[in-house]
Design a binder for this molecule. Structure first.
Ligand code: ATP
Ligand code: MG
Length: 153
């Protein structure tokens, strides 16, 4: 279906406002001038993708940190980036991050709660849309996830 990506991101941000506030994280939404307004995808599923990525950025963020959601355009695609300046992921662990039940440093991660399914679901949804998702991270500095969607007029 065709939907307004700005509206959907704002819905997710509103939903996670409390969690962000409790964790001392600022939520920041940037739309590039060329950012597409409409995309074509399963709205409910993309809500879940955004929600899982944003919840992670808050959970694994640092106090007084920022989560930034940025929408941009590349060729015929919409690109959506969720980035944080949180704890980051060691490069050894990065290739496994989309695996089911994979969690970095199990003992510490257990205290935070979660099952290690969030990113596996994200990857599954993006694959089912024939789109791509990329992650880059610097341990101790922060993490960035970028995924693509088809633009719609
Ligand atoms: P769930 O999402 O099922 O509640 P989870 O958050 O542990 O649990 P995933 O969302 O799949 O599971 O993430 C897997 C692991 O990747 C996390 O346990 C965490 O170690 C690491 N991770 C994910 N996102 C980030 C991030 N933004 N910054 C640092 N580490 C992250
Ligand atoms: Mg998660």
């Amino acid at each position: 279906e065709r939907f307004n990506i700005t509206d959907l991101i704002n819905e997710v941000l509103e939903m996670q406002e409390m969690r962000a506030h409790k964790n001392g994280i600022k939520l920041n939404f940037i739309q590039r001038v060329d950012a597409p307004k409409f995309v074509y995808a399963d709205k409910k599923e993309i809500f879940q993708v955004l929600n899982n990525l944003i919840v992670n950025s808050i959970k694994y963020g640092k106090d007084k940190g920022t989560t930034t959601i940025e929408v941009m355009s590349m060729d015929n695609k919409a690109l959506i980036e969720v980035r944080d300046n949180g704890i980051g992921i060691e490069s050894d662990n990065l290739p496994r991050i989309f695996e089911r039940f994979f969690r970095v440093d199990k003992s510490r991660a257990r205290n935070m709660g979660g099952s290690g399914l969030g990113l596996a679901i994200v990857k599954h949804i993006i694959d089912a849309h024939n789109q791509s998702i990329n992650v880059s991270s610097t341990y101790g500095e922060g993490t960035s996830f970028t995924f693509s969607l088809d633009k719609s007029k």
